[in-house]
Design a protein around this ligand. Structure first.
Ligand SMILES: [Zn+2]
Length: 378
């Protein structure tokens, strides 16, 4: 038995602008009809896609299936309809156990009331021991055996690599061949090394990406443009940005947007502590203190974020970006970065992943494949 289709009226956030109209949907979007009738103030957007999220509401990808379910439900309540639970650099068996947890959730048919889990982002351990950021010191080189072992799990959809590591180019190619988005991050490479790495992957049609631009890769200087310069200058690389007001300066974000139109996607990089308020928490086995909305390790290093994508949306609008463009940074662009063609826009035939906001840009309802996540129906 299938439920009758639902119809939502509101302001449709489409690539060309915001217009009154309605969306009809079951599990898939059946109709998107702009019209001139009064629509109220609710904004209807394609659901958000987070390609880099470690945790939330006390759950973490490294906990296994239970942690993945907790974070998928938490972020769904904040507008995210698809996500990649993200691992952290750790002992190898812990990384494999986390990937097995993601697989367990996917094989069980997903997370009721949660975002769609379509695979994992493997962030580390194939990163530079000299650019760990907040990751524990378990970085290793991406040997063919290790790469084959994680690919065998069948769940890796995105990976972060430091291109200067021994074997990184071969590893990047093996991941790309398996349809995995190859991210560059946690790196000390110079711009030349990054550009050569990107060119080798582009030649084979790979999807490439900056892993949280500017974080754990240094900055841009005219004579030493570094990884951020090489990634922004590349015509194909997608660009992850943590827009929480802490990880990246607003001008850094505007620079990325100007240099890489249509390539910037917003991520949370959220950790277990997201949604829990100030207090003590944990990241990759290390103690974390959350104070005034900022998470740090004992030595003061900025840890993951406490962000949700709904907050990232409000921050981008506050930075002066038009809502349709912000919507693309949250949905269409991350979908393209992963090669997903079944979601990311308000378009008939695509999955009915929808996020409904009020006029103040607060989330009031979320639909994952047509199923409402929040109890209060708008
Ligand atoms: Zn991360």
């Amino acid at each position: 038995m299938t439920d009758p289709p639902r119809t939502l009226r509101g302001l449709l956030v489409l690539p060309g602008g915001v217009t009154p109209g309605e969306v009809t949907f079951g599990r898939r979007i059946e109709g998107v009809t702009p019209d001139a009738a009064p629509s109220g103030e609710h904004l209807i957007l394609p659901g958000f896609i987070d390609t880099h999220v470690h945790g939330g509401a006390g759950g973490d990808t490294m906990d296994g299936a239970g942690g993945v379910r907790t974070l998928a439900r938490f972020h769904a309540r904040h507008g995210t309809t698809t996500l990649l639970p993200t691992t952290i650099t750790n002992r190898w068996e812990n990384v494999l156990a986390a990937l097995a947890g993601v697989r367990e959730v996917m094989e069980a048919g997903g997370v009721g009331g949660g975002a769609d889990v379509i695979g994992a982002h493997l962030e580390g351990p194939f990163i530079s021991p000299g650019r760990l950021g907040a990751q524990p010191p378990n970085a290793v080189d991406p040997t063919p055996d290790l790469v084959a072992e994680v690919l065998e799990t069948g769940v890796v959809r995105a990976v972060t690599l430091a291109p200067e590591l021994s074997g990184a180019t071969e590893a990047g190619m093996a991941f790309a061949q398996a349809g995995v988005r190859v991210g560059i991050g946690h790196t000390r490479a110079d711009a030349e090394t990054v550009t050569a790495f990107l060119n080798a992957l582009s030649e084979m049609g790979a999807h490439t990406c900056a892993t949280h631009l500017f974080n754990a890769m240094g900055g841009i200087e005219g004579r030493t443009p570094g990884p951020p310069g090489a990634l922004l200058a590349d015509p194909h690389a997608f660009i992850e940005v943590i827009l929480d007001g802490i990880h990246v300066h607003r001008t850094g974000f505007l620079l990325a947007r100007a240099a890489a139109p249509g390539r910037v996607l917003l991520i949370t990089d959220a950790m277990r502590a997201a949604g829990l308020g100030d207090g003590e928490s944990e990241l990759g086995g290390q103690p974390v203190t959350v104070l005034d909305g900022k998470a740090t390790l004992a030595d003061g290093t900025i840890a993951g974020s406490l962000l949700t994508l709904a907050t990232a949306l409000r921050n981008a609008v506050r930075a002066g970006i038009p809502l349709p463009e912000v919507s693309a940074m949250l949905s269409e662009t991350p979908a393209r970065s992963l090669g997903l063609s079944d979601r990311g826009r308000l378009k008939p035939g695509l999955r009915a992943d929808l996020t409904v906001l009020d006029a103040d840009l607060n989330v009031i309802q979320v639909y994952v494949a047509g199923a409402p996540v929040l109890e209060d129906h708008p």
